[in-house]
Design a protein around this ligand. Structure first.
Ligand SMILES: [Zn+2]
Length: 331
């Protein structure tokens, strides 16, 4: 879809700001000293939108997890209401375009860790109706839906209920997010999902050995299925060198290395930016202290000779395109 008329539109596929809204009562309408995301800094960085992840920690279970997700959802709605002159929720790619035409930042909703859904497809549908457009199936623990990259022992991939979740998400047009998933969960979803799948905040394992980064085979499969990977800015996922010697931090150069590697395997239409800002404590890459700096990644791509049309794709077009493809599969 041609939403952006040849201009750069930055859309981040994963920030953890809802946790900050409830944990620290962050006022997202002013410039904050803490954390990495607020509306003024998004504006300053010409960031047109971001998926706000409703993140549930692995130790939170059952009804407590559901309540927690709803509280973050409510806080995100409240923040968008309070600053309605600056930002608005977007439940579809068309609404992103409409918001942009009005000069508004788009706030999209994702759920990180399917625990709040419990074992209920009705709850999944309820969250979808409230605007949750993707579900990151797991965080750092196996859950009722699937195994996580950090554990990976409970089901050997998707659980029987997880297979129902995948089918239901396909029917609804919800994006299946495989960041944090175990390798087996990833391949189960590649096999079973009727729609493309995404990894909203993941890096390349060939460049950094962290177990939750994607292998070359996974990147290739993601592209072949019409999916998407948003490259994560967390230094631990960008470079093994950071883990060994913290005096040095990876920066825009390493991020673009991951983007270029992912593009080589998945294709230029299947890679974007999923910073993980507000989910990485104060561990930010060199020179990228907050979301106002994300555009420096695009500058580095231009410096390396990328065609502007491809910079535009990675900046946000690819994410909107995969979202459209997934919605279209459900119709
Ligand atoms: Zn995450």
């Amino acid at each position: 879809m041609d939403l952006i008329n040849g201009t750069t539109m930055i859309i981040d596929s994963h920030v953890d700001t809802p946790t900050q809204l409830i944990r620290y009562k962050r006022n997202i309408g002013v410039v904050n000293q803490e954390g990495q995301v607020d509306f003024p800094r998004m504006k300053a960085g010409e960031v047109d939108g971001a998926f706000f992840a409703l993140y549930t920690p692995p130790e939170m279970k059952g009804a407590e997890a559901t309540r927690h997700a709803l509280e973050m959802l409510g806080a995100t709605y409240d923040a968008c209401d309070e600053y309605a002159d600056v930002a608005a929720l977007a439940f579809s790619p068309d609404e992103v375009a409409q918001n942009r035409a009005k000069g508004l930042i788009s706030v999209m909703l994702g759920m990180e860790n399917a625990e709040p859904v419990g074992e209920s497809l009705s709850l999944l549908r309820a969250f979808y109706r409230l605007g949750v457009s993707y579900v990151t199936l797991t965080h750092n623990a196996d859950n009722a839906v699937a195994d996580s990259a950090a554990e990976g022992t409970r089901w050997g991939g998707l659980s029987p209920f997880g297979r129902e979740v995948v089918a239901e998400m396909n029917a609804l047009g919800m994006m299946i997010d495989l960041s944090h998933a175990s390798d087996k969960t990833f391949w189960d979803c590649i096999e079973r999902s009727a729609a493309p799948v995404v990894a909203t905040h993941s890096c390349c394992r060939a460049l950094c050995s962290h177990r939750r980064n994607l292998t070359d085979e996974m990147l290739k499969a993601l592209g072949e299925k019409g999916g998407y990977v948003g490259i994560n800015f967390y230094p631990y996922f960008l470079s093994d060198r950071f883990d060994e010697a913290k005096a040095w931090r990876p920066g825009v150069s390493e991020i673009v290395d991951h983007i270029e590697h992912a593009v080589a395997l998945a294709g230029v239409g299947h890679v974007g930016i999923g910073s993980d800002f507000d989910g990485i404590d104060d561990c930010t890459p060199e020179g990228l202290g907050d979301i106002s700096k994300s555009r420096l990644v695009l500058d580095e791509m231009r410096r390396r000779g990328w065609a502007e049309k491809d910079v535009i794709r990675v900046a946000g077009q690819n994410l909107l395109d995969v979202w459209c493809r997934i919605v279209n599969c459900s119709e």
